[in-house]
Design a protein around this ligand. Sequence first.
Ligand code: FAD
Length: 485
Amino acid sequence: MSEPTKTQLVVIGGGPGGYAAAFFAADSGLSVTLVDMEPNPGGVCLYRGCIPSKALLHVAKVASEAKHASHWGLTYAEPKIELDKLRTFKDSVVGKLTGGLGQLSKQRKITYIQGKATFIDAKTLSIEAVTGGGASIKGTGKTQTLTFDNAIIATGSYPTKIPGLSLNSDRVMDSTGALDLPEIPGTLLVVGGGYIGLELGSVYAALGTKVTVVEMTDGLLPGADRDLVTYLARRLETTLHKILLKTRVTGMEEAKKGVKVLMEGEGLADADKAQVFDRVLVSIGRRPNSAVPGLDKTGVKVSDKGFIQVDAALRTATPNIFAIGDVVGEPMLAHKASHEARVAVEAIMGHKVAFEPQAIPAVVFTDPEVAWCGLTETEAKKQGRKVEIAKFPWAALGRALAIDRPDGMTKLVIDPETERILGVGMVGAGAGENIAEGVLAVEMAALATDLKLSIHPHPTMSETLMEAAEVFFGHSTHVYRPKKK
Ligand code: FAD
């Protein structure tokens, strides 16, 4: 083992939490070491999450628009899918972004170590150099010791397995396996109706697979307001083969040409109780990756659910160790991780800071997209909080009709006393882009009047926010909904 080196800050994990923290800390003048097992920063988000899934969803969108174009007198032939080219496109997007982060890291004079970090104590790490990338990452046995003033743990999360039902078969995939696009299976069962399952299920459906989704609860996207989900469910019923709600997978076994899946559910047809699928995608959630080797030697505390416990400044029970991103809690989203990163670095710099956002947006990049931020109607009900809801249907919007996508809605969750915007929900084509204005409205404590009086460009989907605010006052231009006296 070589002589220990010293750094002011070590960041363990190079995802959107870790690299944002490392970059901001280096820009703020700290000496920084960033450790991750991949050859470049990027984490789950860039290598096997947000980015590759969105590259594939873009292709799915083009395929579905081309198909739908026959309604407008534009008929294309059935697409010829070249999987190798599609994979190359997706991988090139990932390569460009992660390579770019590697460059940015060098420019900032960050010491990037491709390795696996193990805590020796609350001031020292042992790092084993690794080689390769993705599934081919291998330890080299060569270790170095690093002492640090402060550490930020940003080790992310990993896919949950179905308890007691693991089947060691290539045909059973998690999101990482599905993003590898091993083939276009004839049939695919997606276990879990959350956002990852629905996004990836939509990709495969657009490529021609017969996709069935099985979800344990009584609706897709648990957590999102039901009126938003209805629009998505309606469209998925036409693009997916089947959606089985209130249904559980109870067994999986290897069959001759696929995986035999046993299911139990309310009102499940006998034919659906045992079916063979070419492939199964298990996407039932993610677990925090808090099993960092040696963490028990640092005094850092972990909750029953496996999340590293932190205070509002993202500081763990050990004052010089911070944690951010998926490993500290929900929502497990890249932009939450990056914003926590800045707070943790500020705290290390001695500033008095807290991570207290009013609105962390969530976007489901299905077709249509579902997006929300701030207080949802469901949460308001749970809290017994009185709110007023103002909804604007996209069917009344020029732009939505012009692109033949009237299947959408924008809703505002408003405090009836102060008329403050507490939350925004949207479903429809491009909702994920437009929710950003909702985030600003909630964070800036905008009133319904502010949205109503801000001149929105015409014709755009953004007008739905303005019109929803007009609905609240009972004088929307494009829907007639007088205010109740
Ligand atoms: P991660 O990105 O998980 O990175 C953690 C890193 O730590 C990994 O690179 C890992 O190799 C490294 N690591 C772990 N242990 C060690 C160790 N001991 N030593 C060294 N390195 C270690 N979020 C969104 O906001 N929008 C989306 O559209 C979106 N889509 C997604 C789609 C899919 C299919 C998946 C799986 C996730 C998606 N997410 C999305 C979630 C998003 O990827 C995560 O919220 C985000 O990556 C969390 O960032 P993080 O920095 O906490 O950790």
